[in-house]
Design a protein around this ligand. Sequence first.
Ligand code: FMN
Length: 178
Amino acid sequence: MKILALSGSLRECSYNTAALKALGELSPDDVIVEIGEIKALPLFNPDLDEAQIPALQRLKAQLTQASGLIIASPEYAHGISGPMKNALDWLVSGVEFPYKPIMLINTSPRASHGLAALREVLTTMSGVIIDSAFVSIPLLSSELDKEGILENPELSGMLKAGLEAFFCQIKRSGESAL
Ligand SMILES: Cc1cc2nc3c(=O)[nH]c(=O)nc-3n(C[C@H](O)[C@H](O)[C@H](O)COP(=O)(O)O)c2cc1C
């Protein structure tokens, strides 16, 4: 099983990206968590020819192959991070996104507005947010990187539990579709 993971932060030492990297290590051997790139996407402009945007073609191909999507994105000024909203705008009219199971990770439990806005956008795009897989972990100001998260039993345990709930739901929906 392949899972696509997207971070809404472009920061080198991003907590959101670190959480996704940790998830990659915590996932079972038969699951590949691939971290996608959104920073090379141009600013959304429907006038542009999508076929001429390699970063978008790559992202769409990864999404097509993925059984699920994991999103970890920071809140900026009570809203969705610009890079994440830009990526979602590029995906909004495609066939790749609708009905994709989505796991959300919040690395700053105080940030509720951005998360609520993200949920609204994802649901509008016909994404299927798996609530039982939602993980909120307090990484803000922790100085933790991927290794630090993995070494912390409470944080890695929460991420692992979220992943298990996510995979379980993906498998269940796959079986009911048969
Ligand atoms: C310009 C700016 C605006 C921010 N606005 C908020 C905010 O409205 N609410 C909040 O909880 N955190 C806010 N933050 C804090 C970020 O969400 C926080 O630094 C987060 O860790 C960034 O994610 P990253 O570590 O993955 O880069 C803001 C940070 C910046 C730089």
